[in-house]
Design a protein. Sequence first.
Length: 197
Amino acid sequence: MMKMKKMRWIVLIPLLVVISGGVGMWMVTSKWLDDGLEPKADGSNEYAIVLGAKVKKGNIPSLSLQYRLEAALAYAVENPHVKLVVSGGQGLDEDIEEAIVMRNFLIENGITEDRIIVENQSTSTYENLLFSQELLPENVKSVTIITSDYHLHRAKMLASKLGWNTDVVAAETPKVIETKVRLRERAALLKTYIFGK
């Protein structure tokens, strides 16, 4: 009988540790996701970086990219002095660079080409920011980041590692993918926190 109780504890203690750790990580990453939404952009930065997302067949923006572009367009109209860096390369399943689709959308919707800087080589959030930084004047120390609401905290973390202060414009996350992308983002946040990229 004593042996059975001991065996139970040997199983229960690690299980409780795993569950407690999981709950703790969920709470921490939930706070990070909320923290990503501040500070809201007010037009004080000269440059805003719009982070890319998937482009579908026929060079059509995915719903995530469409929402990011609509947020960028609204912000650009409201702040006509701000220049936009559209950032995103070509994925293996894409026919064109994301940044080109993004530029075309903005021009078609009234943003003049001289306000748009194209970064079309990046394949990750870190590269989005790093390669965009290489296209901006060296004295730029603060930028606005425009991306999906769930993605903002990680983008801010990475921008900070590059020496940037940031404010943000949050694009809505499409409801049809919200659960999946938020779960994936929690894992990506932990990876970035541990490994720095």
